[in-house]
Design a protein around this ligand. Sequence first.
Ligand code: GUN
Length: 286
Amino acid sequence: MKAQIIDGKAVSKKVHEEVKAEVEALKKRGIEPFLAVVLVGDNPASKVYVRNKEKACAKVGIKTYTHRLPQDASYDEVASLIRQLNEDPSVNGILVQLPLPDHLDEKSLLELVDPAKDVDGFHPYNLGRLLSGNPTVKPCTPLGIMRLLDEYGVELKGKEAVVVGRSVIVGKPMWLLLLERHATVTTCHSRTADLSFHTKRADVLVVATGRPKMITGDMIKPGAVVIDVGINRLEDGSLVGDVDFESASEVASMITPVPGGVGPMTVAMLLYNTVQAARRQNGIED
Ligand code: GUN
């Protein structure tokens, strides 16, 4: 194995410490950051994510409460909870855990979240601000990836960056954040005709497809920086990414592991976004 491991756990700890210091400073001013989580149904992965977020909030002193609604909760029930949280002045951040059960219209429910409390950065207003080059809040996973690249001194200006995946949560905002840093960015997806033609050109390759080990070493340019967003549980219970770590780490210069790469950074940036939301709501400038 040649590639250097990009240690998301270590960098996330650093972010936790920074956030903790900000929380303490806010508390001295009488402000207690508060994140409200909405969890609908019993998706096992969502339950694990929410528990991790609760634990992380507790560590840095952010108050949190998870509103749990049953799998068959109606649109109106979820909508009225979101409206109630929007109006509650003690709530600084609202996170609606995705995916929602199939019968609920995810897009229209996310639009109900007050953009000022949208700590995921999924509201069209916040995505629009990001697109227009005047961002307020940036989605947690792409933001965490940018922090990892910066911590490891990865140059982006003028580089070829390839993002595999076009979700609103990761792929699309990732494209924008890389573009903002002057990379030449290509987005690939399930209909891309010749995926490895593109991935082999990437100096920085970000993979967010949800398909276990789909990117193999032969699809990677020697010396590339590889960021694996996937978290897939195999039948034997093991966790793997969207990149085949064994073969990829023979070719890449740096690579994120799964677990311990991007995952902890997503949670860390949620904490960061929550504190920033609390600051803005209290008129504290960046
Ligand atoms: N489900 C998977 N990733 C995320 C995320 O970053 N935020 C929310 N709210 N739900 C998710």
